[in-house]
Design a protein around this ligand. Structure first.
Ligand code: MG
Length: 169
């Protein structure tokens, strides 16, 4: 089960305790795009997202996008945020995450992946050896059927995780 558990479970990507990550030596933040930065039906990051991402850059974090999505969409998000990216990352396989680490010249222990799916982002992050941060999905309305199935399983894992952590969902 441990490979499915995140190190942090945050309300949203902007609510992650980035200071705690910094204290653990994290300097590279890898962000999932869909339902982590914005919903599926958004083609560009909104003003708020651009603002808190800029803030993180100011704090010295290097930022990259690691998405399973197609290049066109991921590239537009990355360009708007002024960061680099890996598309069709094949999460939960560690391939794309490793490609991002290589691009950034960063060791796994100094990187964190922030994403909204346990069986994609958390599993991929733990597999690649980077810090795994789970956020609540921004929306589940447009989830594909496969994601709907995974969300059901996710709820069970999250309930267990929260019980283990002594928290309530
Ligand atoms: Mg996602």
């Amino acid at each position: 089960m441990k490979i499915l558990y995140p190190e942090q479970y945050a309300e949203s990507a902007s609510q992650v305790d980035y200071e705690a990550l910094r204290q653990k030596g994290v300097r590279l933040l890898l962000f999932d795009v869909d339902n982590t930065l914005e919903t599926y039906n958004t083609t560009l990051p909104g003003r708020e997202t651009r603002q808190w991402v800029r803030q993180l850059k100011k704090q010295g974090f290097q930022i990259m996008l690691v998405s399973n999505g197609a290049e066109k969409r991921v590239e537009r998000f990355a360009a708007s945020l002024g960061v680099s990216y890996v598309y069709r990352a094949l999460k939960p396989l560690p391939i794309g995450i490793r490609r991002a680490l290589e691009k950034a010249g960063c060791r796994p222990m100094n990187a964190a992946l922030i994403g909204d799916q346990i069986f994609t982002d958390v599993l991929g992050a733990n597999w690649a050896g980077v810090h795994a941060i789970l956020t609540k999905p921004l929306s589940t309305v447009d989830d594909e059927w496969i994601t709907r199935i995974k969300r059901g399983l996710e709820r069970k894992v999250i309930a267990r995780y929260l019980r283990k952590e002594g928290k309530r969902g």
